[in-house]
Design a binder for this molecule. Structure first.
Ligand code: FAD
Length: 323
């Protein structure tokens, strides 16, 4: 009996969700009196692999085959299922990230396991049963899900659990499982970045704007604020529908889900479909001229005022603070 946790990387560096998801796996393992093994797929920096010991992984299975350099759902799910069998894991933890959303159900299907996706807290343990609280209906409700299968897959919502340092070390084992040839029926040969800017799903800070900006001609103040903060830019759906911004920046239920440490929403009303994609942000700052705008209910900090006046002042203050 043990816990396996999948650790995602981009270009050989772990994603920011990794320490959170390993901390969660460690807390699950402690509750059932067992250990955590991490699985890393791709050519991950050895110092990143070693860092996992500090968050509770006593072992790392390192899979670094060339044909696994680019993420593919099928092959990665096969590797995670093989690792589960290899260590005899009965709980498998992933991040409910863009790739985790595709992987978790595939891993569960391969293992005949029960799946609780979008978990928001540690499970309750009752013998062999785990009860997991998870979000449902795009974050509008919680579902309490009981997993009674022998193997259980849990995907954790970003920013749902605190990172815990344990001060431990880890053993790194090379793992080279057989992967069915059919898993490589579609192969990504190369990924060409369309922009050098911070990509939205990985951004630590997101500056986002809505229809309150009035038109694309006013986006300069959004870009300046984002640049001052080293942030990615985003927008509401009507803004990208109107062609003011590219569709790749649209966040929400029908767009990208973001989970930054700081989300600044400017001239966005806070419709439920928008909140569905941003509510996993750690801190939300809302700037809106209407004190009754629904977004203020979800905000940690709010500024009531005209964005065209407030945003340039905020940017100037940040630049002055940085020196
Ligand atoms: P508005 O609702 O027009 O709000 C503009 C806000 O700006 C207002 O609160 C106003 O007070 C404020 N404002 C105006 N002038 C200023 C100023 N000078 N300074 C400061 N504030 C100002 N929306 C998404 O964003 N993402 C989605 O994924 C998404 N999916 C959807 C899916 C479905 C099926 C449906 C039906 C809708 C979806 N929507 C989505 C649309 C959503 O319901 C809202 O219509 C949309 O989020 C509103 O965008 P907005 O806040 O930019 O515009």
């Amino acid at each position: 009996m043990s816990v396996l946790v999948y650790t995602e990387n981009t270009d050989g560096k772990f994603k920011k969700s990794v320490h959170e998801v390993v901390s969660y796996a460690k807390a699950v393992a402690d509750a059932i009196n067992t250990t955590v093994t991490a699985i890393s797929i791709g050519n991950v920096d050895p110092s990143d692999l070693a860092s996992l010991g500090n968050y509770g992984a006593s072992k790392v299975l390192n899979v670094s085959a060339d044909r696994l350099k680019q993420f593919t759902n099928q092959a990665y799910a096969s590797v995670i299922a093989a690792a589960t069998d290899h260590i005899g894991a009965n709980v498998i933890v992933l991040s409910n990230s863009f790739s985790g959303k595709g992987l978790a159900p595939r891993v569960a299907a391969k293992l005949g396991a029960g799946l609780a996706d979008s978990a928001v807290e540690l499970p309750r343990f009752d013998g062999d049963r785990l009860t997991v609280k998870k979000t449902a209906f795009s974050g509008k409700a919680y579902a309490i899900t009981e997993l009674s299968s022998a193997k259980k897959v849990i995907s954790l919502n970003p920013n749902a659990f605190e990172v815990r340092e344990t001060g431990g070390s880890t053993e790194i084992e090379t793992f080279s499982p057989e992967i069915p040839a059919g898993d490589f029926a579609a192969v990504i040969h190369d990924i060409v970045r369309a922009t050098d800017k911070v990509t939205l799903p990985d951004a630590e800070i997101v500056v986002s704007a809505g229809r309150g900006l009035k038109g694309p001609e006013n986006w300069g103040i959004i870009e300046e604020l984002a640049e001052a903060l080293g942030a990615a830019t985003a927008c509401s759906k009507p803004v990208s529908d109107a062609g003011w911004r590219p569709h790749s920046e649209h966040v929400g239920q029908t767009g990208i889900t973001v989970s930054p440490n700081l989300y600044i929403a400017i001239g966005i009303s806070g419709a439920i479909q928008h909140l569905a994609g941003v509510s996993a942000s750690k801190i939300i700052v809302v700037i809106n001229k209407d004190a009754e705008a629904p977004f203020f209910k979800a905000a940690d900090y709010g500024i009531v005022g005209d964005a065209l006046e407030v945003v340039p002042k905020l940017t100037a203050a940040i630049k002055a603070h940085k020196g």
